[in-house]
Write a protein that binds this ligand. Sequence first.
Ligand code: ZN
Length: 243
Amino acid sequence: MKIAIFSDVHGNLPALESVFRDAKDLGAEKFFCLGDIVGYGAFPKECLDLVREKAQTIVKGNHEEGVINPESEEIFNIRAVQGLKFSRERLDLSDFDFLKTLPSKFVVNELDISLAHGSFSEPSIWTYIEEEAQAKKEFDNFSTRICFIGHTHIPFVFGNIDGLFKELPDDMVLNPKERYMINVGSVGQPRDEDNRASYGILTIGNDVCFDLRRVEYDINRMVAAIRNTNLPQYFAERLLTGS
Ligand code: ZN
């Protein structure tokens, strides 16, 4: 079975459409979303509608929290707050009701995987897991074999035996004796100097494989859409460089 796991769409509809096309071509049967569907980009409503249509499970990101709870805005920088305001204006009441129902973490017992946006241990504090030592600590806080996260917009695979991988081979075969924490990167605003959309495909068969997919999309369409709004222009510029 192939499962597509994606995060940090951030209102980037062209990137999301390309990712779904790629996942469909590869035969993905399930879709799990790790949050931050909204914020930054020009298409928050369109992205939310599409994710709701496709994904079996969605956990809440800090940008969903920012949209439904303006008091939490103080943890965002000024430009991000403009993105939240823009998203808020485009969503309708039923979208808000839906966002309020999202869990901050989720365990898919039958697949032995956990899902969270920033960290599984403190999903509502929005910790950024970037260092090996932080990732290591997390293993005590989830009980499944693999925990998937997003939030930093920078993909990695961290195994409790083999340590940290930032450069990932295609179709990495996971060691059956090992547990993993995997960051799938960002669909709509990658920040690792690669401007292609990032997401993961987990294949569960005789082996369990993780494939970090990098997918090209129509960046110019997204840049033009942002330039047509009052969103900070920086949100368009950074998409070109993936930073
Ligand atoms: Zn994000």
